[in-house]
Write a protein that binds this ligand. Sequence first.
Ligand SMILES: Nc1ncnc2c1ncn2[C@@H]1O[C@H](COP(=O)(O)OP(=O)(O)OP(=O)(O)O)[C@@H](O)[C@H]1O
Length: 371
Amino acid sequence: MLPVGWRDSRGGGGRRRAGRGMTEAAATLEPLPDIGGPAQPLLTVRGLTKHFPLKSGFFGRGAGVVQAVDSLDFEVRKGETLGIVGESGCGKSTTSRLVMALMQPTAGEVVFDGRAVGGRELPLKEYRRQVQMVFQDSYASLNPRLTIEESIAFSPEVHGLARHDARARARDLLAAVGLNPDGFARRYPHELSGGQRQRVNIARALALRPRLVILDEPVSALDKSVEAQVLNLLQDLKAEFGLTYIFISHDLNVVQYMSDRVLVMYLGKVAEVGPVEAIYAAAAHPYTAALLASRPSMDPDLRRTEPPLTGDPPNPINPPAGCRFHTRCGFAEPLCSATVPPLHAAPAGQQAACLMVVPESGHSRAPKVAA
Ligand SMILES: Nc1ncnc2c1ncn2[C@@H]1O[C@H](COP(=O)(O)OP(=O)(O)OP(=O)(O)O)[C@@H](O)[C@H]1O
């Protein structure tokens, strides 16, 4: 069941189509051509790892590392929304910052449309035009001294668009996100509500015509009624501008509404990834099942039989050996603390990192392969 105000279909809304009537400014600074074709993933992440060294003591060394993200592999297909979900501290934001190349990974690589990011194949400046981010805190994301129009026009101007054209683009984008340019262009961030500011942040993220937008908890700070409007706006904009989204949230209902595929993270690793229907109807990883069982639902049909999640995640400075979830898992057996489970195909079409889905793994619940 969808929360109040959410659409029961993903079809377009009644909002004015921003593509029509756009000024000349919209025709410049277009994204780079699609070199891989629609069958290629837009983004591929391989072995992505971020360990934060902790400093302590007089010489500032020797206190270990926070294993925030550990050997992450996933891809985002062109035109889809990949939802990333998991408890607080599981590494969602670190993953988004790594994908945005806002921090250096400890290991691993990010490939965008077939080209390795950050080297000669795809220099950072070029990449950053194509990937933009919307953060949770709508106020902190905007410069309080700039008008809304100046904020949206800022990046296009920095990238060489003439001031007049950049301002015209800003006004087009304001209309596209449902804010009347005549009423909002000259206002300052503090004069807007949270929902209006988040619309401005979305407009700003679209100003360079990106292909991938990372939405990091974009509605978590908004009221429920405003949340629904912003989610629907994001769906409309995705169709209108041909965007691909990574949608990060701790809210499983919101992730279900927005995503085509879902990646469930636990303590810096992928627990389960696959189509949203498979994950929500037939979770293969006990962590996913427990998360789903823990989510609030007013619909009795959605009450689940799995035990809900209890306790806190272990410390990422010293994560459990083997499967990181084994200390909280109701199905753990001794081998779970000795073997790191690989991501393996699960029955409903997703992949799960659990020995229970790996044939002949030795787990008593694993499917047995016929001799
Ligand atoms: N700069 C840093 N230095 C040390 N540890 C960090 C740093 N940034 C993040 N961490 C740690 O890395 C882990 C992952 O953090 P991250 O913010 O990515 O998780 P998250 O899933 O986004 O959490 P939340 O939902 O609360 O934002 C946490 O244990 C966090 O404390």
